[in-house]
Design a protein around this ligand. Structure first.
Ligand SMILES: [Zn+2]
Length: 235
């Protein structure tokens, strides 16, 4: 098996024979060091870093005999690809109305999630089949609903978020999965029951609003607090 006698790469000893060994192995691993000439230049260092990036968080461009990078390069250690942490905005992207009930609950401010869980349990005991339609939704989805006339505001309590962009909704929309927004939601008594359960927990229910009645909507705080929630959300 090939070996190196001293360090190769950025700040390394870079003995010509060692550099050649490293360049040959890098090329074989798909990390092109340029000409295989035994000279450790910028291309070779870049190739070392590129190779290291598949298993190291902070590639340093240096290979020491017997150490991690050499073990990977010489095939003495099998590559286990670094799994990049999923970015939060990606985890929370997409159409939030399609998320699971649990994910919708997790998109709410914890205090809201606790109350919504209690409301859903109570309504279930009363013979309804409640489900959360929206917890949090993005400002982009809000803009669409506004354009479609389905919401009266460009920023709603559903858009509450933390400064890092993760959801922190102050509002939830709850429907009976059998009725949705149809007239049966009214005739079955579902909306009335939802309003009762929300008020019982000190919440604001959209069905109480004069003019634009937002039947499915429950929120944690009064409408007057919208500007504060928007500022808190960094929006
Ligand atoms: Zn709503």
């Amino acid at each position: 098996m090939q070996n190196i006698t001293a360090s190769v790469g950025q700040g390394g000893k870079n003995h010509s024979a060692d550099v050649k060994v490293v360049q040959t192995l890098l090329k074989a691993k798909g990390s092109d060091p340029g000409k295989i000439d035994g000279v450790c230049g910028a291309k070779t260092v870049a190739a070392i870093k590129k190779f290291q990036s598949t298993f190291l968080k902070n590639p340093d461009g240096l290979i020491d005999p017997g150490k991690t990078t050499w073990l990977h390069l010489s095939g003495q250690r099998v590559l286990t690809p670094v799994k990049p942490k999923p970015l939060t905005p990606i985890a929370w992207s997409g159409d939030s109305s399609q998320w699971s009930q649990e994910k919708k609950l997790q998109s709410m401010k914890p205090e809201l999630a606790a109350k919504v869980r209690a409301i859903v349990a109570s309504l279930g005991q009363r013979g309804f089949q409640p489900k959360v339609f929206y917890g949090w939704r993005s400002i982009e989805v809000q803009a669409r609903l506004f354009a479609e006339g389905k919401s009266k505001v460009r920023f709603s309590f559903h858009n509450g978020q933390k400064l890092d962009g993760t959801p922190n909704s102050y509002a939830a929309d709850i429907v009976d999965s059998r009725y949705g927004w149809s007239s049966q939601a009214q005739s079955s008594g579902f909306w009335t029951a939802l309003g009762e359960e929300a008020r019982k927990r000190g919440m604001v229910w959209g069905g109480d609003w004069a003019g634009f009645r937002d039947w499915a909507h429950v929120q944690l705080v009064q409408n007057g607090e919208l500007a504060r929630v928007k500022a808190e959300s960094g929006l």
